[in-house]
Design a protein. Structure first.
Length: 344
């Protein structure tokens, strides 16, 4: 249903999900759920997870750790689970922030609960628990699925580790340490390129490239000087990574191009600021936190700006992930959704 735009946000003490017409912005339906979450550290109270849309259903993981499944067509509630409460999961610094992933007929969730409820698999049509494994605390990174050899696996960056799970059984395929105790956050998603797995975090944790196989994972390189991202997931293009090195709260962040296999920094753009990136053919759409939109060439030789536009006024804070569909770019600041035509 490519005409649907699903917006997940908050108004007062209500989590709000709306379906809009993607072309016109006209509302189709709107549902609300009560939310109690209040952050002790962030200036906003979520939600932080991206809606997951699959085969006529919308899955919404709220900042409270509550998971709702709705029909995409009419917004009817299909089922709901209060996972953080059921699994006795701590809310962390910012509440629930790891978007679930659909794998076959399952919904896998980085819950971070106790007594083996770190990662939970639910039947996506009924919401019933199929399996639960690990004592891993949750992160703000969302999992990715891949096939290595003939082995299907879903890779999670948790609070302190990278963990690969067999999605059908919950069996652990491999793990390696990634994280640091104290006021740190793992938030960028793992990136799989062939048999290479790249993970990144700021706060002194750094970046790591691993070779993955059915037998496990082996480190290729790791350091904190190449591409240590507070939350932006890098884009890979023709063997190079494009992403943000630095932190929004520290006020120092660079756009960088890094050679994936070696970790060699090809170029850096100082004082660029934090941003989220979308790769389109050989170009990058870069939505900066400051509200400026940049179109650049994905060039390993130097930073090439093709166009810029100020989507939101100076002083705006744009942290929601942008979305690109059918030549439309959907971007949102703290209060307004803007749709731009960026296709030909």
């Amino acid at each position: 249903m490519g005409d649907a735009c699903v917006l997940f946000h908050r108004q007062g003490d209500q989590s709000v999900v709306e379906r809009l017409d993607a072309a016109t912005g006209q509302p189709r339906w709107k549902k609300t759920f009560p939310t109690r979450y209040v952050s002790t550290i962030a200036p906003d109270n979520g939600p932080r997870c991206t809606p997951v849309i699959y085969q006529g259903s919308v899955y919404l993981f709220g900042a409270d750790g509550d998971l709702h499944a709705l029909s995409l067509a009419e917004g009817q509630l299909q089922w709901a689970r209060d996972l953080y409460k059921e699994c006795n999961a701590p809310s962390g610094y910012f509440g629930a922030g790891s978007s679930p992933i659909v794998e076959d007929e399952m919904l896998l969730v980085n819950v971070g609960g106790k007594q083996g409820n770190g990662i939970v698999a639910l039947d996506r049509t009924s919401g019933q628990t199929l399996w639960h494994q690990t004592d891993e605390l949750a992160s703000y990174s969302s999992p990715v699925a891949t096939t290595i050899g003939d082995k299907r696996q879903v890779i999670f960056v948790t609070r302190m580790n990278v963990v690969s799970i067999d999605p059908h059984t919950g069996t652990e395929r491999f793990r390696f340490p990634f994280g640091m105790r104290g006021p740190t956050v793992n938030a960028a998603n793992p990136l799989v390129v062939g048999d290479r797995l790249f993970v990144t975090a700021s706060y002194g944790i750094g970046a790591q490239l691993a070779q993955i196989s059915p037998a496990g994972a082996k480190t290729v390189w790791e350091n904190d000087d190449v591409l240590s991202s507070q939350y932006t997931t890098p884009i890979e293009h023709q063997g190079n990574l494009y992403g943000i090195h630095g932190r929004q709260d520290a006020g120092v962040a660079e756009l960088r191009c890094v050679e994936l296999e070696t970790g060699n920094v090809r170029w850096k753009q100082p004082d660029f600021g934090t941003a989220n990136l979308i790769g389109v053919d050989d170009k990058l759409l870069i939505q900066k936190t400051s509200g400026e939109l940049v179109l650049s060439q994905a060039s390993p030789d130097r930073f090439i700006t093709l166009a810029t536009a100020r989507v939101f006024p100076e002083g705006s804070v744009v942290q929601a992930l942008p979305a690109l569909s059918d030549g439309r770019l959907f971007v949102r600041d703290e209060s307004k959704l803007v749709v731009l035509h960026v296709g030909r």
